[in-house]
Design a protein around this ligand. Structure first.
Ligand code: C2E
Ligand code: CA
Ligand code: CA
Ligand code: CA
Length: 278
């Protein structure tokens, strides 16, 4: 513990102290991984109703030599608290675009790549500029990039968030609202945002078979999206029952273990080549 030398570490309970050390240690390890190419992206296919791969979502992966696999649910909060999310998020964006362009140059069937954007990244004044730079550097056409963000990006400053989204839309990229239905925002903002797609949170898939089924909500979200001219992606689809229900209700893209787990870049190529995971 002396190694971390924090003032007043002794006032914490041993468990809490341990958590503090782990967090700082993780922060140091992440900073070094960012410098030394220690992060990786995996890609999870999004399929249409026929099982054709329409897009892939880029997901951050970090395997530490001694800590082992550290999941994004642990990495992202640490990165957000330390502001490392900005350079890390930039790396994810650049790597996803570079990789996707590379696949196209190798002659694989072109797909959109969806990149998760943290609210902190999105709030940076120069974010749209960064995106423009990355597209230019990598040569990826904007129609092949989608930015996924949760409703949390609009809670702070609605007017500024809308302007930011409009800047992004002018570049020609698409925008999806991630984990839709789980945020705190009310429905009255949605029609004012220049978005392209809703991703229905996987908690709704899990609750389909509960006594008070989530089906009415799912159906309402899909109808609303259709009436607004938005695409809709079902997330976390694990069973054929969930798939056929969503399909019946008019969902247009499907993502989940039923089709494919997130894949390493090499295995993603195999999925692209196969073209159909149905
Ligand atoms: P998310 O954006 O909602 O991504 C979907 C998560 O659900 C992924 O977890 C994926 O592996 C998992 N998943 C996909 N299909 C299924 C399924 O059928 N069943 C179940 N149980 N899970 C499924 P992952 O990769 O652990 O990522 C967790 C979260 O971390 C992501 O949730 C996203 O919020 C965040 N994240 C991941 N990569 C990045 C990144 O590069 N930048 C940012 N800002 N956040 C990221
Ligand atoms: Ca996502
Ligand atoms: Ca999601
Ligand atoms: Ca989620």
């Amino acid at each position: 513990e002396a190694k971390f030398g924090g003032h007043g570490t002794r006032v914490f309970s041993p468990a809490l102290n341990q958590a503090t050390i782990d967090r700082r240690e993780l922060e140091v390890e992440m900073a070094s991984a960012l410098e030394n190419g220690g992060f990786e992206l995996h890609y999870q296919p999004q399929c249409d109703a026929d099982g054709r791969v329409a897009a892939v979502e880029a997901l951050l992966r970090f395997t530490h030599p001694t800590l082992g696999v550290v999941p994004p649910s642990r990495l992202i909060p640490v990165a957000e608290e330390s502001q490392m999310i900005v350079p890390l998020g930039n790396w994810v964006l650049r790597e996803a675009c570079r990789q996707n362009r590379q696949w196209q140059l190798e002659g694989h069937p072109p797909v959109r790549v969806a990149v998760n954007i943290s609210a902190i990244q999105f709030a940076r004044q120069d974010f749209a500029e960064r995106v423009a730079e990355v597209l230019e550097e990598t040569g990826l056409l904007p129609e092949f990039l989608e930015l996924e963000m949760t409703e949390s990006v609009v809670v702070k400053d609605f007017a500024e968030s809308t302007r930011q989204m409009e800047r992004l839309k002018r570049l020609g990229v698409s925008i999806a609202i991630d984990d839709f239905g789980t945020g705190y925002s009310s429905l009255n903002y949605l029609h004012r945002l220049p978005i392209d797609r809703l991703k229905i949170d996987r908690s709704f898939m899990q609750a389909l078979n509960e006594p008070n089924s989530s089906l009415p909500i799912l159906e309402a979200i899909i109808n609303m999206a259709q009436n607004m001219g938005l695409g809709v992606v079902g997330e976390g689809i694990e069973t054929t029952e969930q798939m056929s229900m969503l399909c019946l209700k008019g969902c247009d893209l499907f993502q989940g273990y039923l089709f494919s787990r997130p894949l390493s870049a090499d295995r993603a190529i195999t999925a692209l080549q196969a073209g159909n995971l149905g």
